[in-house]
Design a protein around this ligand. Sequence first.
Ligand SMILES: Cc1cc2nc3c(=O)[nH]c(=O)nc-3n(C[C@H](O)[C@H](O)[C@H](O)COP(=O)(O)O)c2cc1C
Length: 482
Amino acid sequence: MTINGQQLPPREGHLVLGATVRTLGAWPSGWRVPGAHGNPADDPTILRRTALTAEAAGLDFLFFGDWLATAAEFEHTDPYLLARIEPFAAVSYLAAVTERIGLVATVSSAHAEPYTTARSSASIDVLSGGRVALCVATGAEARSASNFGWDTVHSDADRFAAAGEFIDILRGLWDSWEDGAFIADAASGRLIDGSKLHPLNYVGAYRASAGPLNTVRPPQGHPPIAVVGGSVNARRLAARDADLLFASPRTFDEAVEQYVSSRQQVAREGRSVRDFRIVTPILPIVAETREAAWAIYDELVALVPLPDEPLSDVRLQLPSNRTFRTLASVLGVPLTSVALDDSVPTRVAARFSSLGAQLVEAVRARSGRVVGGERPVTYRHLLVAHAVTAPVLVGSAADVADHFETWFRARAVDGFTVLSAVTSAVSSETAIDSFEAFATLVVPELQRRGLFRTAYEGSTLRDHLALPAVPNSHLRVQLQTL
Ligand SMILES: Cc1cc2nc3c(=O)[nH]c(=O)nc-3n(C[C@H](O)[C@H](O)[C@H](O)COP(=O)(O)O)c2cc1C
């Protein structure tokens, strides 16, 4: 395997693979595919089925993102945000349904209380046998803020500083109970060794908690913590405090740059880079053959509602980035006398802006269509490529595995969280289910290449991610003073 003519060295370990769960599908109109899931009231069955599929494939974790608000306008952009099961409820439910897979719940460090979060995550870690993780989102959205009585969104600096304190408190509270604190000595009547229960007495600028926590130490010691985002602040917080960074670089080069600089930052914090993973989202559309995958992509493109003629009024209150006017300005050419399904003529494409040329390339990569070719590029394809910004990857199992292998071996990422375009309904065959296709086609190909496990070796999420155990800080203090 080569990149820019250079042979990629093999890499130790295996890919981190998670599934980002969006029950209504991660493609904005995935729910319109015949037989697709379209009613969140049926989510319990869908969650259960997806979790069992992911576990049978040996995935590291299921990832539940969160957004603390809703609005009708998400209908055409992010339908999965409209109404969804809350992440801690989802992972508690799935802890009882599954046995090995990790369960990652997103929490807002702006709006959640660290004591409650430490307690519920420790409880789910106990209930699941060490399989929970937290994804800390710093929350920067006016609508979410107003749901918590805030009249303003706090500054970036404040939110990230508060997130650091939030994580400090989680880690401190999780260490409240030393192992062996519950002695249950019936003869003496001593249930606990009180010297092994520690208060926290944390007072920060934003957050405070006295502790101790009224939950035993989680089986993982500290459940893994992920931080989301690609900004300097997010990377700094991740390097200081997190086990995982969930970031979404736009290009391969950006991913490599981010991988190198984030790991340097981890080392500057005095931590081992071996204890840190960088994972990025991907939306694979995979089928038995590349051509069949292109056909699925074409179907998904056709289902994205768009204004059906140039300059027409926006009937469905579609997002502003879906109009012909927007497309014309992105492409840098006037589009007054063309229809959505017209092919783009070669002479017009030659005048496209660099952004327009990037869209043409995105359409080629996703659908095999080329300007002036037998399967031509249409304005509809360009507009959808512009409007739907998900990191889409279309192809056969080998194509998708090539992408994963290249990014992994080139040290652009440690792994991926897989978004699924279409979820099949409770009552329908799973043949149209994007995650099912990924699990049955791509996972075996990754296993064949030695890039992914064929069976779980450990039982906790830390085991799956090859993250070391975290000794109790009180024990560390005692050892240092010996
Ligand atoms: C992979 C990924 C997943 C994310 N998931 C969530 C989420 O579930 N909830 C949320 O509020 N924000 C989520 N975000 C958004 C981040 O919290 C952040 O607001 C956004 O990335 C912009 O910040 P940045 O400039 O640091 O990247 C996610 C971001 C990324 C890259």
